[in-house]
Design a protein around this ligand. Structure first.
Ligand SMILES: C[S@@+](CC[C@H](N)C(=O)[O-])C[C@H]1O[C@@H](n2cnc3c(N)ncnc32)[C@H](O)[C@@H]1O
Length: 461
Protein backbone atom coordinates (compact mmCIF):
# COMPACT_ATOMS: atom_id res chain seq x y z
CA UNK A 1 0.00 0.00 0.00
CA UNK A 2 1.50 3.41 -0.83
CA UNK A 3 0.19 6.86 -0.06
CA UNK A 4 1.30 10.18 -1.41
CA UNK A 5 0.46 13.19 0.71
CA UNK A 6 1.35 15.45 -2.22
CA UNK A 7 -1.32 13.82 -4.37
CA UNK A 8 -4.82 15.22 -4.06
CA UNK A 9 -7.22 13.25 -1.91
CA UNK A 10 -9.81 11.28 -3.87
CA UNK A 11 -12.32 13.55 -5.47
CA UNK A 12 -15.29 12.02 -3.69
CA UNK A 13 -14.83 14.17 -0.60
CA UNK A 14 -14.70 17.26 -2.66
CA UNK A 15 -17.98 17.02 -4.45
CA UNK A 16 -19.04 20.40 -3.25
CA UNK A 17 -16.31 22.54 -4.75
CA UNK A 18 -12.53 22.82 -5.19
CA UNK A 19 -10.34 24.07 -2.40
CA UNK A 20 -9.53 27.74 -2.64
CA UNK A 21 -5.79 28.34 -3.01
CA UNK A 22 -4.06 28.75 0.32
CA UNK A 23 -0.40 29.56 0.72
CA UNK A 24 1.49 26.29 1.36
CA UNK A 25 3.49 25.59 4.50
CA UNK A 26 1.12 26.58 7.27
CA UNK A 27 -2.29 25.18 8.04
CA UNK A 28 -4.27 28.11 9.30
CA UNK A 29 -5.85 27.42 12.65
CA UNK A 30 -9.06 28.77 11.22
CA UNK A 31 -9.36 25.82 8.85
CA UNK A 32 -9.00 23.33 11.70
CA UNK A 33 -11.44 25.25 13.83
CA UNK A 34 -14.00 25.50 11.06
CA UNK A 35 -13.55 21.84 10.13
CA UNK A 36 -14.04 20.59 13.68
CA UNK A 37 -16.98 22.93 14.22
CA UNK A 38 -18.62 21.32 11.20
CA UNK A 39 -17.71 17.84 12.30
CA UNK A 40 -19.22 18.37 15.76
CA UNK A 41 -22.25 20.03 14.19
CA UNK A 42 -22.86 16.72 12.42
CA UNK A 43 -21.72 17.96 9.03
CA UNK A 44 -18.91 15.53 8.21
CA UNK A 45 -19.07 16.29 4.47
CA UNK A 46 -18.57 20.00 5.12
CA UNK A 47 -15.83 19.18 7.62
CA UNK A 48 -14.04 17.00 5.05
CA UNK A 49 -14.22 19.84 2.53
CA UNK A 50 -12.54 22.16 4.99
CA UNK A 51 -9.88 19.67 6.08
CA UNK A 52 -9.13 19.00 2.43
CA UNK A 53 -8.20 22.67 2.15
CA UNK A 54 -5.94 22.19 5.15
CA UNK A 55 -4.22 19.26 3.42
CA UNK A 56 -3.77 21.31 0.28
CA UNK A 57 -2.32 24.17 2.30
CA UNK A 58 0.19 21.95 4.07
CA UNK A 59 0.52 18.46 2.58
CA UNK A 60 3.22 17.65 5.15
CA UNK A 61 0.79 18.09 8.06
CA UNK A 62 -0.16 14.66 9.44
CA UNK A 63 -2.77 16.38 11.64
CA UNK A 64 -4.51 17.77 8.57
CA UNK A 65 -4.65 14.37 6.85
CA UNK A 66 -5.82 12.69 10.03
CA UNK A 67 -8.56 15.30 10.47
CA UNK A 68 -9.64 14.75 6.86
CA UNK A 69 -9.62 11.00 7.51
CA UNK A 70 -11.80 11.36 10.63
CA UNK A 71 -14.29 13.52 8.76
CA UNK A 72 -14.33 11.21 5.73
CA UNK A 73 -14.85 8.21 8.00
CA UNK A 74 -17.79 9.97 9.63
CA UNK A 75 -19.16 10.77 6.16
CA UNK A 76 -18.83 7.10 5.16
CA UNK A 77 -16.37 8.10 2.47
CA UNK A 78 -14.12 5.12 3.04
CA UNK A 79 -11.83 5.66 0.03
CA UNK A 80 -10.87 9.12 1.25
CA UNK A 81 -10.50 7.86 4.81
CA UNK A 82 -8.03 5.16 3.72
CA UNK A 83 -6.06 7.59 1.60
CA UNK A 84 -5.94 10.29 4.26
CA UNK A 85 -5.00 7.97 7.15
CA UNK A 86 -2.39 6.42 4.87
CA UNK A 87 -0.88 9.85 4.24
CA UNK A 88 -0.95 10.70 7.94
CA UNK A 89 0.83 7.45 8.83
CA UNK A 90 3.38 8.02 6.08
CA UNK A 91 4.15 11.43 7.54
CA UNK A 92 4.43 10.13 11.12
CA UNK A 93 4.17 6.38 11.68
CA UNK A 94 4.62 6.89 15.43
CA UNK A 95 1.05 8.10 16.00
CA UNK A 96 -0.84 5.05 17.24
CA UNK A 97 -4.32 6.49 16.66
CA UNK A 98 -3.59 7.15 12.99
CA UNK A 99 -2.36 3.60 12.46
CA UNK A 100 -5.46 2.21 14.15
CA UNK A 101 -7.56 4.57 12.01
CA UNK A 102 -5.87 3.27 8.87
CA UNK A 103 -6.52 -0.37 9.81
CA UNK A 104 -10.12 0.42 10.67
CA UNK A 105 -10.72 2.39 7.47
CA UNK A 106 -9.25 -0.44 5.37
CA UNK A 107 -11.74 -2.81 6.96
CA UNK A 108 -14.63 -0.43 6.40
CA UNK A 109 -13.50 0.06 2.82
CA UNK A 110 -13.98 -3.66 2.23
CA UNK A 111 -10.26 -4.47 2.10
CA UNK A 112 -10.01 -7.20 4.76
CA UNK A 113 -6.65 -8.60 3.65
CA UNK A 114 -4.96 -5.21 3.99
CA UNK A 115 -6.84 -4.64 7.25
CA UNK A 116 -5.65 -7.98 8.64
CA UNK A 117 -2.06 -7.06 7.76
CA UNK A 118 -2.40 -3.66 9.42
CA UNK A 119 -4.11 -5.01 12.54
CA UNK A 120 -1.76 -7.95 12.99
CA UNK A 121 1.18 -5.51 13.21
CA UNK A 122 -0.69 -3.40 15.76
CA UNK A 123 -1.77 -6.42 17.83
CA UNK A 124 1.78 -7.78 17.90
CA UNK A 125 3.02 -4.43 19.12
CA UNK A 126 0.36 -3.95 21.79
CA UNK A 127 -1.32 -7.26 22.61
CA UNK A 128 -3.23 -5.64 25.47
CA UNK A 129 -5.01 -3.07 23.26
CA UNK A 130 -8.58 -4.37 23.37
CA UNK A 131 -9.89 -2.22 20.52
CA UNK A 132 -7.10 -3.39 18.26
CA UNK A 133 -7.81 -7.03 19.10
CA UNK A 134 -11.49 -6.40 18.38
CA UNK A 135 -10.70 -4.78 15.04
CA UNK A 136 -8.27 -7.59 14.22
CA UNK A 137 -11.01 -10.14 14.98
CA UNK A 138 -13.47 -8.30 12.72
CA UNK A 139 -10.92 -8.16 9.92
CA UNK A 140 -10.15 -11.88 10.23
CA UNK A 141 -13.86 -12.62 10.18
CA UNK A 142 -14.33 -10.46 7.09
CA UNK A 143 -11.53 -12.42 5.45
CA UNK A 144 -13.33 -15.66 6.28
CA UNK A 145 -10.77 -16.83 8.87
CA UNK A 146 -13.40 -17.81 11.41
CA UNK A 147 -11.30 -19.82 13.86
CA UNK A 148 -8.63 -17.16 14.16
CA UNK A 149 -11.35 -14.52 14.44
CA UNK A 150 -12.93 -16.43 17.33
CA UNK A 151 -9.60 -16.48 19.18
CA UNK A 152 -9.18 -12.73 18.67
CA UNK A 153 -12.76 -12.05 19.85
CA UNK A 154 -11.94 -14.09 22.94
CA UNK A 155 -8.82 -11.99 23.55
CA UNK A 156 -10.77 -8.75 23.07
CA UNK A 157 -13.53 -9.82 25.45
CA UNK A 158 -11.01 -11.09 28.00
CA UNK A 159 -9.31 -7.69 27.96
CA UNK A 160 -12.66 -5.94 28.35
CA UNK A 161 -15.21 -8.35 29.80
CA UNK A 162 -17.67 -5.49 30.28
CA UNK A 163 -17.42 -4.23 26.72
CA UNK A 164 -20.84 -4.94 25.27
CA UNK A 165 -19.72 -4.87 21.64
CA UNK A 166 -16.80 -7.19 22.25
CA UNK A 167 -18.99 -9.65 24.14
CA UNK A 168 -21.79 -9.48 21.55
CA UNK A 169 -19.39 -10.16 18.71
CA UNK A 170 -17.64 -12.91 20.62
CA UNK A 171 -21.03 -14.47 21.31
CA UNK A 172 -22.03 -14.54 17.64
CA UNK A 173 -18.69 -16.14 16.80
CA UNK A 174 -19.20 -18.69 19.57
CA UNK A 175 -22.69 -19.57 18.34
CA UNK A 176 -21.33 -19.93 14.84
CA UNK A 177 -18.57 -22.21 16.15
CA UNK A 178 -21.11 -24.39 17.97
CA UNK A 179 -20.50 -23.11 21.51
CA UNK A 180 -23.78 -21.32 22.15
CA UNK A 181 -23.55 -22.21 25.83
CA UNK A 182 -20.34 -20.19 25.99
CA UNK A 183 -22.25 -17.31 24.40
CA UNK A 184 -25.03 -17.47 27.00
CA UNK A 185 -22.50 -17.53 29.83
CA UNK A 186 -20.88 -14.36 28.56
CA UNK A 187 -24.07 -12.49 27.68
CA UNK A 188 -26.03 -13.16 30.85
CA UNK A 189 -23.84 -11.18 33.27
CA UNK A 190 -24.05 -8.12 31.00
CA UNK A 191 -27.79 -8.50 30.70
CA UNK A 192 -28.17 -8.77 34.48
CA UNK A 193 -26.23 -5.53 34.81
CA UNK A 194 -28.33 -3.79 32.14
CA UNK A 195 -31.72 -5.51 32.09
CA UNK A 196 -33.19 -2.92 29.70
CA UNK A 197 -30.79 -3.72 26.88
CA UNK A 198 -32.92 -5.33 24.17
CA UNK A 199 -29.90 -6.26 22.06
CA UNK A 200 -28.50 -8.41 24.84
CA UNK A 201 -31.84 -10.20 25.40
CA UNK A 202 -32.13 -10.79 21.68
CA UNK A 203 -28.62 -12.25 21.50
CA UNK A 204 -29.35 -14.49 24.48
CA UNK A 205 -32.54 -15.65 22.76
CA UNK A 206 -30.60 -16.57 19.65
CA UNK A 207 -28.08 -18.51 21.68
CA UNK A 208 -30.89 -20.48 23.38
CA UNK A 209 -32.34 -21.22 19.96
CA UNK A 210 -28.98 -22.64 18.90
CA UNK A 211 -29.03 -24.71 22.08
CA UNK A 212 -32.52 -26.00 21.25
CA UNK A 213 -33.97 -24.53 24.44
CA UNK A 214 -37.20 -23.05 23.06
CA UNK A 215 -38.69 -22.02 26.42
CA UNK A 216 -35.60 -20.10 27.45
CA UNK A 217 -35.29 -18.64 23.95
CA UNK A 218 -38.90 -17.45 24.09
CA UNK A 219 -38.43 -15.82 27.49
CA UNK A 220 -35.38 -13.87 26.31
CA UNK A 221 -36.88 -12.89 22.95
CA UNK A 222 -40.11 -11.68 24.54
CA UNK A 223 -38.09 -9.40 26.80
CA UNK A 224 -36.21 -8.13 23.74
CA UNK A 225 -39.44 -7.47 21.86
CA UNK A 226 -41.00 -5.62 24.80
CA UNK A 227 -37.99 -3.32 25.01
CA UNK A 228 -37.66 -2.83 21.27
CA UNK A 229 -40.99 -1.21 20.33
CA UNK A 230 -40.47 -1.14 16.54
CA UNK A 231 -38.96 -4.63 16.58
CA UNK A 232 -35.83 -3.44 14.83
CA UNK A 233 -34.04 -6.57 16.05
CA UNK A 234 -36.51 -8.97 14.46
CA UNK A 235 -37.47 -10.76 17.68
CA UNK A 236 -41.13 -11.14 16.67
CA UNK A 237 -40.41 -13.48 13.75
CA UNK A 238 -38.25 -15.69 15.94
CA UNK A 239 -40.94 -15.77 18.62
CA UNK A 240 -43.56 -16.76 16.06
CA UNK A 241 -41.39 -19.60 14.77
CA UNK A 242 -40.74 -20.87 18.29
CA UNK A 243 -44.41 -20.62 19.19
CA UNK A 244 -45.16 -22.68 16.09
CA UNK A 245 -42.94 -25.42 17.53
CA UNK A 246 -39.78 -24.88 15.49
CA UNK A 247 -36.39 -25.34 17.10
CA UNK A 248 -37.50 -27.92 19.63
CA UNK A 249 -35.27 -30.75 18.47
CA UNK A 250 -31.69 -31.17 19.68
CA UNK A 251 -29.09 -29.78 17.31
CA UNK A 252 -25.73 -31.37 16.65
CA UNK A 253 -24.17 -28.11 17.86
CA UNK A 254 -25.98 -28.42 21.17
CA UNK A 255 -24.93 -32.04 21.69
CA UNK A 256 -21.34 -31.32 20.74
CA UNK A 257 -21.13 -28.32 23.08
CA UNK A 258 -22.80 -30.27 25.87
CA UNK A 259 -20.34 -33.14 25.72
CA UNK A 260 -17.29 -31.03 24.98
CA UNK A 261 -17.97 -29.33 28.27
CA UNK A 262 -18.80 -32.52 30.05
CA UNK A 263 -15.84 -34.57 28.79
CA UNK A 264 -13.57 -34.06 31.81
CA UNK A 265 -16.27 -35.11 34.30
CA UNK A 266 -18.11 -37.68 32.21
CA UNK A 267 -16.66 -40.96 33.51
CA UNK A 268 -16.69 -39.85 37.11
CA UNK A 269 -20.26 -38.50 36.97
CA UNK A 270 -21.84 -41.24 34.91
CA UNK A 271 -20.21 -44.31 36.30
CA UNK A 272 -19.68 -42.90 39.79
CA UNK A 273 -22.80 -40.89 40.54
CA UNK A 274 -25.36 -42.11 37.99
CA UNK A 275 -24.67 -45.85 38.08
CA UNK A 276 -24.25 -45.85 34.32
CA UNK A 277 -24.53 -49.41 33.03
CA UNK A 278 -25.47 -49.21 29.32
CA UNK A 279 -22.21 -50.64 27.89
CA UNK A 280 -22.20 -53.51 30.37
CA UNK A 281 -25.88 -54.32 29.71
CA UNK A 282 -25.28 -54.32 25.95
CA UNK A 283 -22.22 -56.56 26.23
CA UNK A 284 -24.20 -59.09 28.27
CA UNK A 285 -27.06 -59.02 25.74
CA UNK A 286 -24.69 -59.53 22.81
CA UNK A 287 -22.95 -62.39 24.65
CA UNK A 288 -26.28 -64.03 25.43
CA UNK A 289 -27.12 -64.10 21.71
CA UNK A 290 -23.70 -65.57 20.83
CA UNK A 291 -21.90 -64.70 17.60
CA UNK A 292 -18.21 -65.19 18.33
CA UNK A 293 -15.41 -62.68 18.57
CA UNK A 294 -12.84 -61.04 16.34
CA UNK A 295 -15.71 -58.83 15.13
CA UNK A 296 -15.60 -55.57 13.22
CA UNK A 297 -17.29 -53.32 15.78
CA UNK A 298 -18.34 -49.68 15.36
CA UNK A 299 -19.08 -47.81 18.58
CA UNK A 300 -21.62 -45.12 17.63
CA UNK A 301 -21.40 -42.05 19.89
CA UNK A 302 -18.40 -43.62 21.58
CA UNK A 303 -17.96 -40.74 24.05
CA UNK A 304 -14.95 -41.30 26.28
CA UNK A 305 -14.79 -44.95 25.23
CA UNK A 306 -16.62 -46.75 28.04
CA UNK A 307 -18.28 -49.09 25.54
CA UNK A 308 -14.88 -49.56 23.92
CA UNK A 309 -13.59 -50.92 27.22
CA UNK A 310 -16.50 -53.34 27.38
CA UNK A 311 -16.40 -54.49 23.74
CA UNK A 312 -12.66 -54.49 23.01
CA UNK A 313 -12.26 -58.19 23.82
CA UNK A 314 -14.98 -59.04 21.31
CA UNK A 315 -13.51 -56.95 18.53
CA UNK A 316 -10.91 -57.78 15.93
CA UNK A 317 -11.29 -54.21 14.71
CA UNK A 318 -12.81 -51.56 16.96
CA UNK A 319 -13.81 -48.14 15.59
CA UNK A 320 -15.61 -45.26 17.27
CA UNK A 321 -17.30 -42.04 16.20
CA UNK A 322 -18.62 -39.14 18.24
CA UNK A 323 -19.80 -35.60 17.62
CA UNK A 324 -17.75 -34.17 20.46
CA UNK A 325 -14.03 -33.68 19.76
CA UNK A 326 -13.22 -33.57 23.48
CA UNK A 327 -15.00 -36.85 24.15
CA UNK A 328 -13.08 -38.39 21.25
CA UNK A 329 -9.82 -37.09 22.76
CA UNK A 330 -10.67 -38.96 25.95
CA UNK A 331 -11.49 -42.11 23.99
CA UNK A 332 -8.21 -41.80 22.09
CA UNK A 333 -6.29 -41.56 25.34
CA UNK A 334 -7.51 -45.07 26.23
CA UNK A 335 -5.56 -46.43 23.22
CA UNK A 336 -8.26 -49.04 22.67
CA UNK A 337 -9.71 -48.10 19.31
CA UNK A 338 -8.23 -48.96 15.92
CA UNK A 339 -10.02 -45.96 14.40
CA UNK A 340 -11.71 -42.90 15.86
CA UNK A 341 -13.51 -40.06 14.09
CA UNK A 342 -15.22 -36.88 15.12
CA UNK A 343 -18.55 -36.82 13.34
CA UNK A 344 -22.18 -37.72 13.27
CA UNK A 345 -23.45 -41.26 13.72
CA UNK A 346 -25.36 -41.10 10.45
CA UNK A 347 -22.29 -39.90 8.52
CA UNK A 348 -20.14 -42.69 9.99
CA UNK A 349 -22.69 -45.24 8.85
CA UNK A 350 -23.09 -43.66 5.44
CA UNK A 351 -19.75 -42.17 4.33
CA UNK A 352 -21.38 -40.49 1.34
CA UNK A 353 -22.95 -38.04 3.81
CA UNK A 354 -19.57 -36.71 4.93
CA UNK A 355 -16.65 -37.82 2.75
CA UNK A 356 -14.28 -35.99 5.09
CA UNK A 357 -14.99 -38.63 7.72
CA UNK A 358 -13.47 -41.34 5.55
CA UNK A 359 -14.44 -44.23 7.78
CA UNK A 360 -13.58 -47.83 7.02
CA UNK A 361 -15.81 -49.46 4.41
CA UNK A 362 -19.17 -50.74 5.58
CA UNK A 363 -19.72 -54.37 6.46
CA UNK A 364 -19.74 -54.06 10.22
CA UNK A 365 -20.42 -57.15 12.32
CA UNK A 366 -21.67 -55.15 15.26
CA UNK A 367 -22.90 -51.61 15.76
CA UNK A 368 -23.11 -50.47 19.37
CA UNK A 369 -24.99 -47.34 20.53
CA UNK A 370 -24.85 -47.04 24.30
CA UNK A 371 -26.97 -44.17 25.59
CA UNK A 372 -26.61 -42.28 22.30
CA UNK A 373 -30.00 -42.58 20.60
CA UNK A 374 -31.37 -40.52 23.48
CA UNK A 375 -29.85 -37.51 21.68
CA UNK A 376 -31.47 -38.37 18.34
CA UNK A 377 -35.23 -38.13 18.11
CA UNK A 378 -36.22 -39.54 14.72
CA UNK A 379 -34.42 -42.89 14.45
CA UNK A 380 -35.55 -43.74 10.91
CA UNK A 381 -32.34 -42.47 9.25
CA UNK A 382 -30.17 -44.24 11.84
CA UNK A 383 -31.93 -47.60 11.40
CA UNK A 384 -31.77 -47.24 7.61
CA UNK A 385 -28.08 -46.37 7.63
CA UNK A 386 -27.36 -49.15 10.14
CA UNK A 387 -29.06 -51.69 7.88
CA UNK A 388 -26.91 -50.53 4.96
CA UNK A 389 -23.69 -50.55 6.98
CA UNK A 390 -24.08 -54.02 8.50
CA UNK A 391 -22.94 -57.16 6.76
CA UNK A 392 -25.73 -59.77 6.43
CA UNK A 393 -25.98 -61.40 9.84
CA UNK A 394 -24.47 -58.28 11.48
CA UNK A 395 -26.17 -56.76 14.52
CA UNK A 396 -27.18 -53.39 15.87
CA UNK A 397 -27.30 -53.19 19.68
CA UNK A 398 -28.47 -50.09 21.53
CA UNK A 399 -30.10 -48.69 24.63
CA UNK A 400 -32.77 -45.99 24.69
CA UNK A 401 -34.90 -44.38 27.35
CA UNK A 402 -38.42 -45.77 27.38
CA UNK A 403 -41.49 -43.81 26.35
CA UNK A 404 -44.86 -45.21 27.33
CA UNK A 405 -47.11 -44.93 24.30
CA UNK A 406 -45.85 -44.54 20.76
CA UNK A 407 -43.28 -42.57 18.83
CA UNK A 408 -40.62 -40.54 20.57
CA UNK A 409 -40.57 -37.44 22.73
CA UNK A 410 -38.07 -34.93 24.04
CA UNK A 411 -38.23 -34.85 27.83
CA UNK A 412 -37.44 -32.06 30.30
CA UNK A 413 -34.02 -33.67 30.77
CA UNK A 414 -33.24 -32.73 27.15
CA UNK A 415 -33.04 -36.37 26.14
CA UNK A 416 -35.42 -38.29 23.93
CA UNK A 417 -37.41 -41.29 25.02
CA UNK A 418 -38.58 -43.87 22.46
CA UNK A 419 -41.51 -46.27 22.61
CA UNK A 420 -41.08 -50.00 22.17
CA UNK A 421 -43.59 -50.07 19.30
CA UNK A 422 -41.64 -47.30 17.58
CA UNK A 423 -38.37 -49.23 17.80
CA UNK A 424 -40.03 -52.31 16.34
CA UNK A 425 -41.53 -50.30 13.50
CA UNK A 426 -38.20 -48.59 12.72
CA UNK A 427 -36.35 -51.91 12.66
CA UNK A 428 -38.94 -53.49 10.44
CA UNK A 429 -38.97 -50.54 8.04
CA UNK A 430 -35.18 -50.80 7.70
CA UNK A 431 -35.32 -54.53 7.10
CA UNK A 432 -33.76 -55.49 10.44
CA UNK A 433 -35.03 -58.34 12.60
CA UNK A 434 -35.39 -57.70 16.34
CA UNK A 435 -33.58 -60.49 18.22
CA UNK A 436 -34.07 -58.97 21.65
CA UNK A 437 -35.98 -56.02 23.05
CA UNK A 438 -36.29 -55.77 26.80
CA UNK A 439 -36.56 -53.29 29.66
CA UNK A 440 -33.35 -52.11 31.27
CA UNK A 441 -32.06 -49.39 33.58
CA UNK A 442 -29.17 -47.70 31.75
CA UNK A 443 -28.61 -45.18 34.57
CA UNK A 444 -30.10 -43.64 37.69
CA UNK A 445 -31.30 -40.12 38.15
CA UNK A 446 -31.88 -38.58 41.56
CA UNK A 447 -31.42 -42.04 43.01
CA UNK A 448 -34.12 -43.62 40.82
CA UNK A 449 -33.59 -45.98 37.89
CA UNK A 450 -34.26 -44.35 34.50
CA UNK A 451 -36.64 -46.66 32.60
CA UNK A 452 -34.91 -47.88 29.48
CA UNK A 453 -35.10 -50.37 26.66
CA UNK A 454 -32.35 -52.44 25.18
CA UNK A 455 -32.56 -53.97 21.72
CA UNK A 456 -30.44 -56.11 19.45
CA UNK A 457 -31.53 -56.16 15.80
CA UNK A 458 -30.00 -58.27 13.06
CA UNK A 459 -29.62 -57.81 9.32
CA UNK A 460 -31.02 -61.04 7.82
CA UNK A 461 -28.58 -63.32 5.95
C1 LIG B 1 -24.17 -40.31 27.21
S1 LIG B 1 -22.82 -40.30 26.11
C2 LIG B 1 -22.49 -42.03 25.92
C3 LIG B 1 -21.08 -42.27 25.45
C4 LIG B 1 -20.69 -43.72 25.26
N1 LIG B 1 -21.51 -44.39 24.28
C5 LIG B 1 -20.73 -44.45 26.57
O1 LIG B 1 -21.45 -45.42 26.68
O2 LIG B 1 -20.02 -44.05 27.47
C6 LIG B 1 -23.55 -39.86 24.59
C7 LIG B 1 -22.51 -39.57 23.50
O3 LIG B 1 -23.17 -39.59 22.26
C8 LIG B 1 -22.62 -38.57 21.45
N2 LIG B 1 -23.62 -38.25 20.42
C9 LIG B 1 -24.89 -37.82 20.59
N3 LIG B 1 -25.50 -37.67 19.41
C10 LIG B 1 -24.61 -38.04 18.47
C11 LIG B 1 -24.65 -38.10 17.04
N4 LIG B 1 -25.75 -37.76 16.37
N5 LIG B 1 -23.54 -38.50 16.38
C12 LIG B 1 -22.41 -38.83 17.07
N6 LIG B 1 -22.31 -38.78 18.42
C13 LIG B 1 -23.40 -38.40 19.11
C14 LIG B 1 -22.35 -37.47 22.42
O4 LIG B 1 -21.40 -36.56 21.91
C15 LIG B 1 -21.84 -38.23 23.62
O5 LIG B 1 -20.45 -38.40 23.62
Amino acid sequence: MSFDPTAPAPISADREGSPAPIPPGVVPDLLFQTGYDRLYADDPVGAARTFRKACAADPASGDAWAALADAAQAADDTATAVHAYGCAVLIDSGVWAWRVGLADSLLRAGRPTAAVAAYSGLAAERPDAALVRLGFARALLAEGRKDEALEEFREAAALRPDDRDAVLELSSALIEAGDALGAVERLQPLSRRDPDDAVLHHAIGRAWIALREPEKALAALRKARDLDSDDSLGSAALIAALEAGEGADLSAAYVRALFDRYADRFDQDLVGKLGYAAPELLRRAVDRLGGGNGLRVLDLGCGTGLAGVTFRSLAGHLAGVDLSPRMVDKARARALYDDLWVGDVAAALDPTLDPALDPAPAGWDLLVAADVLVYIGDLAPVFRAAADALRPGGRFAATVERLDGDGFALGPTRRYAHAEAYLRAMAEAAGLRILMLEPCAPRREKGVDVPGLLFVAEKPL
